[in-house]
Write a protein that binds this ligand. Structure first.
Ligand SMILES: Cc1cc2nc3c(=O)[nH]c(=O)nc-3n(C[C@H](O)[C@H](O)[C@H](O)COP(=O)(O)O)c2cc1C
Length: 335
């Protein structure tokens, strides 16, 4: 028997396969099924800043009916859609989930600005969450907004959320940072106990017939693992935080690579949405078989073994590798 246990944010997990936020965690019944399939922890779908602010603006609007400012500001808010629940219902759902399963349940807040809405961090804690994930997702389109201003805003938010709760806090990031190791370290100083790499952006498409920009959700595949894999390998040992890999985890090999790069856990959504729950036991079984065949006794044994600090050629994760890859494609003949 091999030992698949790992730790993440101070939680002891039976294996490294965690369900990342998605509609899969919308229903308590589905979270129970994720647990039965072998998932070791679940991060609930997110409660969005817009949802909370929207609700309080709506309340203000009804209290101040007729004032144009509120009516105007309401129109700026995006259509939240039916996927998300009202904030209090979210907390209620989390509390029910906590009681229904024995695996750790991690709450998720998704926002960028500090302010009244972060009181929900405390509500999530009171509902019994085992930890909180804060998804920082902002798309800067303003030419006057500098990267340092955005980073400082994020750091202030992390500090504010952390000071509101006693729970361990993980921060989920997008891959688009100019100097990720520096920012990751500043996140840890601001209070992050874990870093989740990476948030997957859903790029809008264009409908040429109707000349419209349309949302188009394409699920990931294993090729997309490489981006978070590289950065986890680089960050491992450099930041004093647990690392979670999200994006592109579809197979046992993907989870094994994540562990060797230095992740404490590998999170998955697309694999389950594409293949159903059966993919969970298949991944876990595949990991055990691989570990037996390659004489590994535990996941802990492989943790960080292929991180940048552990391999003989650290440049493999850096720019030097870029030229090698390009040179590997040198066709004599173009068909
Ligand atoms: C339909 C759908 C809904 C999602 N909702 C959330 C969410 O509420 N909060 C969040 O942090 N990530 C959300 N994600 C992102 C996933 O948690 C995950 O990070 C991303 O899909 C990459 O992992 P994957 O390659 O395993 O799909 C969502 C993804 C999908 C496909």
């Amino acid at each position: 028997m091999v030992d698949l246990t790992t730790t993440y944010l101070g939680l002891k997990l039976k294996n490294p396969l965690v369900a990342s936020p998605s509609p899969l965690s919308e229903k308590v019944e589905n979270i129970k099924r994720l647990e039965e399939a072998g998932i070791s922890a679940v991060v609930m779908y997110s409660l969005f800043e817009e949802q909370i602010t929207h609700e309080s603006l709506e309340l203000d609007y009804f209290l101040n009916q007729g004032t144009e400012t509120f009516a105007e500001s309401l129109t700026y808010f995006p259509d939240i859609g039916k996927y998300t629940l009202a904030p209090d219902k979210y907390v209620e759902r989390l509390e029910k989930t906590r009681k229904a399963v024995s695996i750790p349940v991690i709450g998720s807040l998704n926002g960028v600005s500090t302010g009244g809405w972060i009181k929900y961090a405390r509500k999530i804690q009171e509902a019994g969450a085992d930890a909180l994930e804060l998804n920082l997702y902002y798309l800067p389109v303003d030419v006057d907004m500098s990267s340092s201003l955005i980073e400082d805003t994020y750091l202030r938010l992390v500090e504010d959320v952390k000071s509101a709760i006693k729970l361990p806090l993980a921060v989920k990031l997008a891959p688009f940072f100019t100097a990720l190791p520096n920012f990751a370290n500043r996140l840890v100083s601001a209070g992050a106990d874990g870093i989740v790499l990476f948030n997957r952006f859903y790029q809008p498409d264009m409908d040429l017939e109707n000349l419209e920009v349309v949302p188009n959700l394409v699920l990931s595949n294993s090729d997309e693992l490489r981006l978070p894999l590289r950065w986890i390998a680089i960050l491992y040992g450099k930041v004093k935080a647990d690392l979670a890999l999200t994006t592109g985890v579809h197979t046992a090999e993907d989870v094994l690579k994540a562990m060797m790069a230095g992740a404490n856990v590998a999170m998955t959504t697309s694999a389950i949405l594409k293949n159903g729950l059966k993919v969970v036991p298949a991944i876990l079984k595949g990991m055990e078989e691989w570990m037996v065949a390659h004489e590994y006794e535990s996941v802990k044994q492989m943790h960080g073994s292929m991180s940048q600090g552990s391999i003989t050629d650290p440049a493999a994760f850096e720019r030097a590798n870029y030229m090698k890859v390009l040179n590997s494609f040198n066709p004599e003949y173009i068909p």
